[in-house]
Design a binder for this molecule. Structure first.
Ligand code: SAM
Length: 176
């Protein structure tokens, strides 16, 4: 099971990016996201997507105020903590260590991340040592862990799904 911890969410500035962190987490196989901050509009929007596109029965979205507590609890239960940072060890050199872990908490930041997380994470992992984005780094680490299989994820409890086609847009809607 993989959960994502999104640190330092600022409702005005990070609305889109945090939403995308949650959507990437859901689409690419994580079981839930903890978001540090207070932003009920954000959780409502994500839950709307879950209701329409599926995942609501198992994907967890939770605003939290004490992310360090989440990290400590995760470790106490035997899970491993990955902190994504451009300063870490590059992912290709770390994938062997994490791909078989049963319970991973993947931390992504917004602004500067406190030193505490660098010290308490089991692994500080970079997705290249260049500055880019929490959305991109989360997508790539999930893809490396799941080896591309996440692209075939289907959500059973959906109301709407896409009929894939080369051109045009088609969706089917199950109402009820
Ligand atoms: N400047 C901030 C710092 O020094 O901590 C980071 C800002 S960055 C826009 C936001 C988040 O994106 C980071 O906390 C990290 O989780 C993620 N990130 C950005 N580049 C990354 C990289 N090359 N590898 C892994 N994660 C990265």
């Amino acid at each position: 099971n993989i959960y994502v911890l999104r640190l330092g969410h600022r409702p005005e500035r990070d609305k889109r990016v945090t939403t995308h962190v949650a959507l990437v987490a859901r689409a690419f196989g994580a079981r839930g996201v903890f978001i540090e901050g207070e932003d009920n509009r954000l959780t409502e929007n994500i839950k709307k997507v879950l209701e329409e596109w599926g995942g609501g029965s198992y994907f967890k979205v939770e605003m939290i105020s004490d992310p360090k507590k989440i990290v400590n609890l995760w470790k106490r239960k035997g899970g491993k903590v990955v902190h994504l940072t451009m300063y870490g060890v590059n992912l290709p050199d770390m994938i062997d260590r994490i791909e078989h872990e049963d319970n991973l908490l993947i931390i992504v930041g917004a602004q500067k991340v406190e030193g505490w997380y660098y010290h308490h994470a089991d692994y500080n992992i970079a997705v290249s040592n260049q500055p880019h984005s929490e959305i991109a780094s989360l997508a790539i680490i999930l893809d490396r862990i799941y080896k591309g299989e996440e692209l075939n994820i289907m959500f059973e409890d959906n109301k709407i799904s896409v009929i894939p086609m080369e051109r045009g847009k088609k969706v089917i809607r199950r109402d009820g």
